[in-house]
Each structure stands twice: as C-alpha cells, then as structure tokens.
Design a binder for this molecule. Sequence first.
Ligand SMILES: Cc1cc2nc3c(=O)[nH]c(=O)nc-3n(C[C@H](O)[C@H](O)[C@H](O)COP(=O)(O)OP(=O)(O)OC[C@H]3O[C@@H](n4cnc5c(N)ncnc54)[C@H](O)[C@@H]3O)c2cc1C
Length: 403
Amino acid sequence: MAKQTVLIVGGGAAGFFTAANLDASKFHTILLEQSSDVLQKVRISGGGRCNVTHSCFDPSALVQFYPRGNRELRSVFSRFQPQDTIQWFSQRGVVLKTEKDGRIFPQTNSSETIIDVLKKQAALNGTEIKLQHRVLSITPEEGRYTVQTSQGNFWADCIVYTPGSIPKSLKILQDLSFSTVAPVPSLFTFNISHPLLEQLPGTSFPNAQLSIPEFKSKEQGPLLITHWGLSGPAILKISAWKARELFAADYRFTLHVNFLAEPFAQVQQHFVLQKQSSPKKLMGATKPAALTQRFWSRVLDLCGIDPTQQIGTVKTPALEKLTALLTQCKLEVVGKSTNKDEFVTAGGVDLKEIDFRTMESKRYPNFFLAGEILNIDGITGGFNFQACWSEAFVIAMELNARF
Ligand SMILES: Cc1cc2nc3c(=O)[nH]c(=O)nc-3n(C[C@H](O)[C@H](O)[C@H](O)COP(=O)(O)OP(=O)(O)OC[C@H]3O[C@@H](n4cnc5c(N)ncnc54)[C@H](O)[C@@H]3O)c2cc1C
C-alpha cells in the first residue's frame, strides 16, 4: 500500500509528539511550521527547565487538574497518562525526576533535552520539517485536503492540526464551520496595590486560603508577593478555574486572603494563650511560624501595634484587628500580569467538534486536532504538556491502526 501523506500544522509539543509516534513505514509526514524554529514554547517552558508532566497516575484524579476538558480527557488519559510519558522519554534515554510538589522535569533541568529527543524521534520517523511555511487555509477535496501555505500548496490524506492558540489558526477552522469558544488568558497573577504587600516581593506563605466570593471560588496553596501583587500556585489555580469570569470582570474584583489557612477563632486563641502564658513576650516575637519576620512587622505596623510592646498589654480589639488582617484580609484586584513560567489560553475549538476516542474531527474524516487549539487547559504543573502528549499519542496510534 502506498504511503499516506500526513500534514502536521504546527511544530509545537502536540505536533512533534504526533510525528514522533507515527509509523514511518505507513506515512510520509510533513510538518509545517510558520516561524523559523520549532518547539519554541517547549524551550521557554518551566523557566527553561520544561515541566514535562506531573506525578499523578490515576486518570480520574488527573482530569481534576483541567478547568476545561476534564470530562473529555478521561478516555484520552486512560490510553496515555503521565506514567506512559515517563516511560516514553526514558525508553529514549531521557531521565525524568519528580520534585516535592509533584512536578516532573528532565534530570538535566534543561528543556533542550526534551527538544532534542522530540526532534530526533521525528527525524527517525522521516518527518519532513518545513520552516517558515504558514498555513493560510485548508480545503477538503474528494477525500483529501489541499493546504494553502505562505510558500505554496500541499496535498494531504490526513491533517493533524496542532497550531497552538493563535487566533488566526482558529479562524482557519471557523472558515471550515468548526464551532469555537472565544479565547481568554489563563494562568496569570493578580495586580494589587495595598500597603500590606508593598516592598515585600519574594515574601511567600506556604499555605494560604484564597476566595473570590463574587465567583464562589476557593483555593488553597502556596502564595507569593510580587512587585505587582500576588502570585504563586494558589493564585494561578484560581486564575485558571475562573479564567472566564475574571475576564468578564475586566480583572477587577475583591480577593479574600487567609495567610495562615487557619480559622479566625483558632488564630485568636493562639494570641490569647500567649497573652496568658507569656504576658511579657514582645509582640515582635509572637509571629505565627508560617509568616516571615518582615511580613509580621508590616502587619503590626498596619494594626498600630509597637513590636516592643508586651503582648499582655495589647488590648483585645487590637489583637482582633491583627487576627482579621491575617485571616480575613480583603484585597482589591485591579488587573492581571503574565506569569512568566507558564501561561495558556482557555478557549479554542469547541470540544463537541471532537471524537475523543480518536481526536478526530466529527465534521471531517482524517482531520485530527490536539494541543492548545482545543478548548482544553490545565492548571500549572506539567498538565498542559501532558494533555498535548496524550492527545498526540492517541492520534498517532489511531493513524497507525487505520492505515
Ligand atoms: C512561558 C510558557 C511556559 C510554559 N511552561 C509549561 C510547562 O513547564 N509545562 C506545561 O505543561 N506547560 C507549559 N506551558 C504551556 C505549554 O507550553 C502549551 O500548553 C503547549 O506548548 C501547547 O502546545 P501546542 O503544540 O498545542 O502549541 P504550541 O506549542 O503553541 O505550538 C504550535 C506551533 O504551531 C505554529 N503555528 C501556529 N499557527 C500556524 C500556522 N498557521 N501555520 C504553521 N504553523 C503554525 C506555531 O508557530 C507553533 O510553533 C507553558 C507556556 C508558556 C507560554
């Protein structure tokens, strides 16, 4: 049987992983990339270290990390999940290591390791990479596809559409009558101007509770003060889960923060006990263990409490004010900033368009889609790449079996 021509649109994680897993004896694979280099997001990912996946090996637990696509990804992860990712890379000589928080990186701490293996595997499969070929439109014609690019036309038996989240790439699908969901940013940090946070960038809290009552949203986890406001895993998670609502609110809303993740009454009791047992203790020395000394000094300052004052002499209303600032702090968010380590787009191709058993379009036969072009995104931690690897693997296995 003559080889089928597979045209992959976009040389990112999803496109390369598809190319890397296609059966070279069955396919002539051409990868079209609009820019002058491939895998550019992989290169900058995870601060240049590439957070490849996450140590969560139960598909039903894994899908909980995806604000969009969690139902659809279940079957995809049942066929290729983080354990398979680790194995795939390890079989090709890449050792991955798991960090305390579950994120998985190459042992080398360099995204180049991942780029090298993806390029090598795609080359072994005979993938022809065409740089500076921007796909302009795709036309279905008598069971095949004509692909118009900035450098001429191509013909393909199968399309694998993996161009990431660029609006122009979504337009190409809209012209083919695909329904889409408007893209909005996900995984961003919050801009807040408040005396509590001023000049304290780098201050972190191991476990804070956040809530946005307006959007009935709650999160818990590490929190970080930045130059512009707040960041850290807890903020990124809430930004992902509420990406659409926050966009609609123009990123202006009230954030409630409990810096200690302990109830008001419990923290108040902590101070009352200290007042009774060590009344001579200075306020500067009574900080809860989870806070830094600098942050504690700022809290005391804002509550009008002198750090040299003995706790036994501090009046109850002042201690209550202090406790409220630590556990029921209300901060006005006035905008967002980009999280440099990882950001994605929520929105893209409507998931109703896809048959998730194969990742094939329900409209067009032999037209597959994967990666950020879909209305699927995960929270930070390696979940976005995992979705790319899993979807791409399902496509490659389907094509290998179909022809
Ligand atoms: C700074 C940053 C850090 C990140 N770090 C992590 C991380 O550590 N872990 C994690 O899981 N996720 C991370 N992500 C998210 C992750 O990078 C994306 O989810 C993933 O790259 C999406 O892969 P993709 O193949 O769908 O799209 P992309 O990686 O965007 O690749 C699409 C490719 O298609 C090309 N293209 C687009 N349109 C056309 C066209 N019309 N014709 C031809 N080519 C076209 C683009 O130039 C691009 O090369 C990070 C994202 C960013 C921005």
